[in-house]
Design a protein around this ligand. Structure first.
Ligand SMILES: [Zn+2]
Length: 411
């Protein structure tokens, strides 16, 4: 135990949740919020802490001395994690979606997809991660109806894996790509979606963190960026966007876009097309089965909320109906908790993208992140149903002309 370790890091009343550096040997897994405190000043009511065996007695003593109530659970987490990884490793591997895959395999999957999509898709990159991994995605779309007018063609953004440990999000993003590619020739509506929109799907926005969840710590959430000033290892990318950046407890970085991954996303969205062509922005997370619209930083509703709500509800209902598995819709601050500097709020507030949602995929909010691989396909099917419902509803609300311009029906 080094002298830099301090119990202050688990003092819930002070809201000081710096995630651990290795020296602290404590890991904050999850915070639970009292729903009645969902105002701009709120406090978590409970926190789960993972401790090394060596520190456990000391931790318990200090909690007792301070009169902080605690319960202990899962006495050997490592054993549980090892069994989980073995189960995934042993899973039937013929179908890509039967088990979780490391980052290299995701890239191989996308390359193979490009070789069989008849020119309807190609790979794109938005930049590099802190450790130098390419941030690779797959773009799907034909220019059939917009040969001379690519600048006004509507675009859809779907990313996943901002948070490293949320493995079901990565697979769900790739599942959507697979559906758009493999269904093109048989399904009229899929053909319509591929012919009329450009889909940018980036399945792993935080490959360094994701790689770390495979090699070292399955429950790692953030990037692997060492901030020499603060000593914090890892930034929460989803608190690192320059829109109402500031009051988050999950380490937000030393300044907006301190990490190359968030910078790359922002630069790509802003520079690739002129303002107004991005139509829909979906960022995939887990867990809690929630569809969250802006804002996260305040409970006030954004302008255009009736449309956001109508599309969001259609998306949510379609997800729920697919396997009779309930999802809930609402603005992030009202349904989940206040969060600032998120990509969702940035996409709507700064980039001006009209339809923006964070999807918290399968798993109850109090479950851990060790979701079974048997959820990959059904969760993919739920999201696929949700995305199609969103497109249908957006098209009902706005008539998109053949030249790519849009006439919005006011609600
Ligand atoms: Zn997340």
């Amino acid at each position: 135990m080094g002298e830099n370790w301090s119990i202050e890091h688990c003092d819930v009343t002070k809201d000081r949740f710096n995630n651990p550096t290795p020296g602290f040997q404590l890991s904050f897994w999850e915070m639970y919020y009292d729903r009645y405190l969902h105002q701009d000043n709120y406090l978590p009511s409970r926190v789960d802490i993972l401790s090394t065996p060596r520190l456990l007695n000391l931790l318990i003593n200090r909690l007792r001395r301070r009169g902080i109530n605690y319960d202990s659970f899962d006495s050997d987490v490592q054993e549980y994690l090892d069994a989980y990884m073995k189960k995934n490793y042993d899973a039937e591997s013929r179908d890509y979606f039967q088990k979780f895959q490391p980052y290299d395999e995701m890239v191989v999957f996308m390359k193979k997809a490009v070789s069989r999509c008849n020119g309807r898709c190609h790979l794109f990159t938005i930049g590099q991660s802190y450790e130098g991994r390419l941030l690779i995605g797959i773009k799907i779309g034909t220019s059939k109806h917009h040969k001379n007018n690519n600048n006004t063609r509507k675009r859809i953004w779907i990313d996943a894996g901002i948070h490293a440990r949320e493995w079901i999000s990565h697979t769900t993003a790739l599942y959507l790509a697979e559906m758009l590619i493999s269904g093109y020739t048989q399904d009229k509506f899929i053909r319509h979606m591929v012919d009329n929109y450009d889909w940018y799907i980036l399945p792993c926005l935080n490959p360094d963190g994701y790689n770390y969840t495979w090699t070292t710590d399955r429950l790692w959430r953030k990037t692997r960026h060492l901030d020499t000033k603060s000593g914090c290892l890892g930034t929460d990318l989803n608190r690192n966007f320059d829109f109402k950046w500031g009051c988050s407890s999950n380490y937000r970085g030393s300044r907006p876009y301190s990490d190359p991954e968030s910078r790359a996303l922002v630069d790509f969205i802003k520079s690739s097309v002129r303002k107004g062509t991005w139509l829909l922005f979906i960022t995939l997370h887990s867990k809690g089965q929630l569809v969250l619209s802006p804002w996260g930083y305040t409970s006030v509703k954004p302008a255009g909320y009736p449309q956001l709500e109508q599309v969001g509800k259609a998306l949510t209902d379609a997800m729920s109906v697919r396997h009779n598995n309930k999802y809930r819709f609402g603005s992030a601050a009202r349904v989940l908790y206040h969060s600032s500097g998120t990509s969702r709020d940035w996409a709507h507030g700064v980039a001006g993208i009209p339809y923006v949602y964070t999807i918290e995929l399968r798993g109850k909010i109090n479950d851990n992140w060790l979701i079974s691989p048997s959820n990959i396909i059904p969760n993919g099917e739920e999201m696929w149903a949700g995305v199609q419902a969103a497109i249908r509803t957006i098209e009902r609300l706005s008539h998109i002309m053949d030249d790519g311009s849009e006439v919005v029906t006011k609600l």
